[in-house]
Write a protein that binds this ligand. Structure first.
Ligand code: AOF
Ligand code: ZN
Length: 347
C-alpha cells in the first residue's frame, strides 16, 4: 500500500473511532463501533452503533448516504470487522456485499467466535478489497472491555485505590478518609458510569458503608458487587438498600430477592469463580474499589487489567499497606489542587 493511502486511511479511521465513542454507555456488552463512508476523498455517510440490540454502525452509515448508487465506488471505514452472523440484526458483511461497496477498511478483527475472521472472508470472497489493521492499537484500546470479555471470558478488571506518599491506604483502624480529595471523588464517580459493575470487599462494605452509586456525575449506576464469604454483613448497609441491584458473592447459599442476589460460589479459586459468574451475567467490566486485601486477591491471582492509583502527599507512618502491582506505568499526572496525583498502570 502507498504511504499516502495509509495516511488517508488513518485520518478516516480516526473519525470512525470518534463516532464509535458516541455509543459509550449504551451498547455494552456490544463493542463501540463507528463507520464512515468515503467517495472520491469525501465523507458521504457516517454512522455508529447507538444502542445494544439496535442497528450496527455500518447499517447506520449506509442509511445516511443519500445517493446509494455512489456506494459501489466508495470505501467503507469501520473499526470492527463487519459481522457475518445473524444476531439481533442481520449480517453487516452481507449488507455491504449487496450494496457492492468497493473497499472496506478495518481497524480490528472481531474476537467474537461467531465472527472471528468470517466477516473479512465473506467480503473478500465477494471480490471486495479489504484492508485491516488501520489504527489497530487505538481500536483495541477503545474496545478493551469487549476484547477482554471475548478473549479471556471474564470482565475487564480495573483496580482503584488511593495511597499516601509512604504507601498506606488506611490507618490501622481502617479509616481511609483524607487520602483522596473531591476532585478524585468526582473522577471516580465518572469512572463508575463507564463500567458495568463496581466491587468491594466485606471490610470496606462494613467500615465505609458505601452506596456505590453515581452522585457526582451524570450517567447510569453500575451493578453493585460485594464479597461477603460467610454472609456476616449487616442487612442495614446501603449496599442492601435494594435501590439498585447488588450481587453478594458467598460460599454458603444462593437466594434471589428483588434487587439483591446472594450468589454461592466455590471457595476454591474464589476470585476466578466470581469473574466467571460475572461473565455468565454478561458483565463486561468491573471496577474494584477496595479494600486492600480484596485488591491484593485480584493481583495475586493475576486477574486484573488496569490499576488506577491516586497518591497523596501526606504520610501515615503506619497503617494498612497499599497493594503492590507488577503493572506498567502508562500515565501520570497531577489533579487539580495539586495535592494529589494520579497514575495508571496496565497489566
Ligand atoms: C458490526 N458492527 O456496529 C457492531 C458489531 O446481537 P447483535 O446482532 O447486535 O451482534 C452483536 C455482535 O456483533 C457483537 O458481539 C460483535 O461481535 C458484533 N458487533 N459488528 O459489524 C457493529 N456492534
Ligand atoms: Zn454487524
Amino acid at each position: 500500500m502507498l504511504k499516502h493511502d495509509h495516511h488517508i486511511d488513518e485520518v478516516f479511521m480516526q473519525r470512525t473511532l470518534e463516532l464509535a465513542q458516541l455509543g459509550r454507555g449504551h451498547v455494552s456488552p456490544n463493542p463501540l463501533v463507528g463507520s464512515v463512508i468515503v467517495y472520491e476523498g469525501k465523507i458521504i455517510g457516517e454512522g455508529w452503533h447507538k444502542k445494544y440490540g439496535e442497528a450496527h454502525a455500518e447499517v447506520n452509515a449506509v442509511r445516511s448516504v443519500d445517493n446509494k448508487n455512489l456506494l459501489q465506488h466508495s470505501t467503507v471505514y469501520v473499526n470492527l470487522e463487519p459481522c457475518s452472523h445473524t444476531g439481533k440484526t442481520p449480517p453487516c458483511a452481507d449488507m455491504l456485499i449487496e450494496h457492492k461497496v468497493k473497499k472496506v477498511v478495518i481497524a480490528n478483527l472481531d474476537s467474537n467466535p461467531l465472527v472471528a475472521g468470517n466477516g473479512v472472508k465473506k467480503l473478500r470472497t465477494a471480490g471486495i478489497d479489504v484492508v485491516t489493521g488501520i489504527l489497530e492499537k487505538q481500536g483495541r484500546d477503545l474496545n478493551k472491555r469487549f476484547f477482554t470479555f471475548m478473549e479471556k471470558n471474564r470482565p475487564y478488571t480495573i483496580l482503584k485505590w488511593a495511597e499516601t506518599a509512604d504507601g498506606f491506604v488506611a490507618h490501622e483502624n481502617f479509616d481511609s478518609k483524607w487520602i483522596s480529595n473531591e476532585h478524585a471523588r468526582q473522577l471516580v464517580h465518572k469512572w463508575r458510569t463507564e463500567e458495568d459493575a463496581i466491587l468491594v470487599g466485606a471490610r470496606t462494605a462494613a467500615y465505609d458503608n458505601p452506596q456505590l452509586n453515581v452522585r457526582d456525575w451524570s450517567g447510569r449506576n453500575p451493578v453493585r458487587i460485594v464479597i461477603d464469604r460467610y454472609l456476616k454483613l449487616s442487612s442495614k448497609l446501603h449496599l442492601f438498600d435494594k435501590k439498585q441491584h447488588t450481587l453478594c458473592y458467598n460460599v454458603l447459599k444462593h437466594e434471589e430477592h428483588e434487587n439483591l442476589s446472594l450468589v454461592r460460589i466455590d471457595e476454591d479459586k474464589f476470585i476466578y469463580n466470581l469473574l466467571q459468574d460475572l461473565y455468565r451475567r454478561k458483565i463486561q467490566s468491573v471496577i474494584i474499589e477496595g479494600g486492600a486485601s480484596t485488591l491484593a486477591m485480584f493481583i495475586d491471582n493475576n486477574l486484573w487489567d488496569e490499576a488506577r492509583i491516586f497518591t497523596a502527599p501526606q504520610k501515615f507512618g503506619k497503617g494498612i499497606q497499599a497493594p503492590h502491582h507488577p503493572g506498567i506505568l502508562t500515565e501520570q499526572h497531577m489533579l487539580a489542587g495539586d495535592s494529589l496525583s494520579f497514575y495508571r498502570a496496565m497489566h
